[in-house]
Design a protein around this ligand. Structure first.
Ligand code: NI
Length: 169
């Protein structure tokens, strides 16, 4: 296992719609292990492959931050099949360091996808898990938090991000 570099805005790979996972072989297993290690090291509770520069529809979530192995969620080719309710809450992203934005999301979701072995799984999530699922699926579609706020707010955040991410002189 190894940590990989986390791409930050405005890296192009973050804006692309990722391609479906088709093979659940060694390369994917290595990618998943690296994504988990990268997420724990960050630290974060979720990570999508485009964030480590790989445009594939694979994501990992662990709300326990590595303390409860049964909480680790690995999803390939996830699709939201049901949403209930709506809730607005502060959200951050490892690709937009230092920022949190108020984002409106479904309160609970049902997601279908595949686990790391390629077996079909269905995940039901509420509250933070629902939010994490929707956030990471957004990454697979090339959608960032910035794309979910109004244009005025977006420009302000972009300016701040440019400053924050500019190399120190
Ligand atoms: Ni993110």
């Amino acid at each position: 296992m190894a940590t990989r570099e986390i791409h930050t805005w405005p890296s192009r790979v973050l804006k692309e719609r990722a391609a479906p996972v088709e093979e659940f072989g060694e390369e994917l297993q290595r990618l998943i292990d690296d994504m988990l290690e990268t997420m724990y090291a960050a630290p974060g509770i979720g990570l999508a492959a485009p964030q480590v520069g790989v445009s594939r529809r694979i994501m990992v979530i662990d709300l326990s931050s590595g303390t409860e192995p049964e909480q680790v969620l690995i999803l390939a080719n996830p699709e939201i099949v049901e949403t209930v309710g709506e809730v607005t809450s502060e959200e951050g992203c490892l690709s937009l360091p230092e920022f949190s934005l108020k984002i409106r999301r479904a309160e609970s979701v049902v997601v279908r996808g595949y686990d790391r072995e390629g077996l079909e799984v269905e995940v039901r999530g509420e509250d933070l898990l629902a939010r994490a699922l929707q956030h990471e699926i957004d990454h697979l579609d090339g959608v960032l938090l910035l794309d979910r706020v109004n244009p005025f707010r977006r420009e302000i955040v972009k300016k701040k991000l440019k400053k924050a991410l500019a190399p120190a002189e």
